[in-house]
Design a protein around this ligand. Structure first.
Ligand SMILES: Nc1ncnc2c1ncn2[C@@H]1O[C@H](COP(=O)(O)OP(=O)(O)OP(=O)(O)O)[C@@H](O)[C@H]1O
Ligand SMILES: [Mg+2]
Length: 347
């Protein structure tokens, strides 16, 4: 992923050029566009940019020598706000920067892997967690062993590859034995102490699971240690209650508009005409917005509509959470109680 070249955007053809394509050429062109529209992004949204700045600050500040424990980071935000997308984009940049500065191989001749990323699946225990790290490195000893064996091997892989950042995505899937997650917290404390990496935890509702709690009891004190060392970052949906928020929303729509490859796409098709509509249907969540755009484009290509409008998008289904919130927002926007477009359009 880190070395993959950027995807090539298909040429934008006019309707006339489309009609001149033979059947096979048209099918090939549409296939290219299907793939393109299914992979728009990542867009440099303000949320993504702000998160990256914070991640760089913390990551770079951890570059101290010796065995000083490194400060961790935790991104705790609702689903569909682009956590995974932003983190992967960051990981890619970090990988490339490190390889460029320090070379493809370590001094000992191992391949350098600056980032390790594990995604958890439901009810991962500590042993599976350690095993997932081995799986990432393709370690030959990933099949048999107990939690501790896997832990040592994982440490060995991290040291050989000189990994600097350990990303744990969907942390909420980890089995939290007791409600306050002392065991989890201890495990990450162990990693923070023993592994020379910066930990980046990503998940939903980490705060409620007590990852950052501080309190009076012994267990609270153990947790507090993780809490103290971990900086909490979040990601917000788009908000249109301020002029600044409306500008961000509009700039994002303009960026999307600019990427679409539809014959009848014209400036303003999305950013002007569909601003309210898309806000109501996505409730400002990037995940829902991109799903809707992607599906709309697939339909526009398939049916020959070659443009996005309310009529077409009305036929496209979106995720359940957005559909539920849609009604209320639509009414507020229609009644003018809420406005999604900025009054100044500086873009
Ligand atoms: N900056 C972006 N540009 C374009 N598309 C994005 C961006 N951020 C997120 N998306 C799209 O939104 C969808 C959801 O994003 P993502 O999976 O990163 O969210 P998440 O916060 O990790 O969600 P979850 O909590 O469910 O894991 C993805 O399909 C992705 O394509
Ligand atoms: Mg995710």
């Amino acid at each position: 992923m880190a070395d993959a070249p950027a995807r090539k955007r298909p040429d934008k053809l006019t309707r006339r050029q489309l009609s001149r394509l033979g059947e096979l050429a048209l099918a090939a062109y549409n296939r290219e566009r299907r793939k393109w529209h299914a992979n728009l992004g990542p867009l440099r949204t303000p949320q993504l940019k702000a998160l990256h700045e914070d991640l760089w600050d913390i990551f770079d500040s951890n570059d101290h020598d010796g065995d000083k424990v490194k400060g961790g980071m935790a991104i705790d935000a609702f689903p569909g706000l682009g956590k995974t997308t932003a983190v992967l984009a960051f990981a890619r940049k970090l990988h490339r920067r490190t390889i460029q500065e320090e070379g493809k191989y370590t001094d000992e001749g191992h391949e350098r892997w600056p980032v390790c990323r594990v995604g958890l699946t439901s009810n991962t225990g500590m042993r599976d967690f350690n095993r997932a790290i081995l799986e990432y490195y393709g370690h030959p000893g990933r099949f048999t062993g107990n939690t501790a064996d896997f832990g040592y091997r994982a440490l060995d892989s991290v040291l050989s590859a000189e990994t600097k950042l350990l990303i744990v995505d969907d942390l909420h899937f980890l089995k939290w034995r007791n409600k306050n997650g002392v065991e989890v917290s201890n495990h990450f404390k162990y990693i923070a102490n023993e592994f020379p990496v910066t930990l980046l935890l990503v998940g939903v509702g980490l705060e409620n699971r007590g990852l950052f709690d501080e309190g009076g009891s012994y267990e609270d004190a153990v947790l507090a240690q993780t809490g103290r060392r971990t900086t909490r970052l979040d990601m917000d949906p788009f908000l249109i209650t301020s002029e600044e928020g409306r500008l961000d929303w509009r700039n994002t729509l303009l960026a999307i508009e600019e990427r679409l490859v539809l014959a009848d796409n014209r400036p303003g098709m999305i950013a002007d005409d569909l601003s309210d509509y898309l806000f109501a249907r996505s409730t400002g969540h990037i995940g829902s917005l991109m799903t809707l755009i992607n599906r709309g484009c697939q339909r526009a290509v398939r049916t020959g509509a070659e443009r996005l409008d309310q009529n077409l998008l009305d036929q496209v289904k979106n995720d359940a959470a957005s559909e539920k919130a849609r009604e209320e927002l639509t009414q507020a926007l229609a009644a003018g109680r809420l406005v999604s477009r900025p009054t100044r359009t500086s873009a």
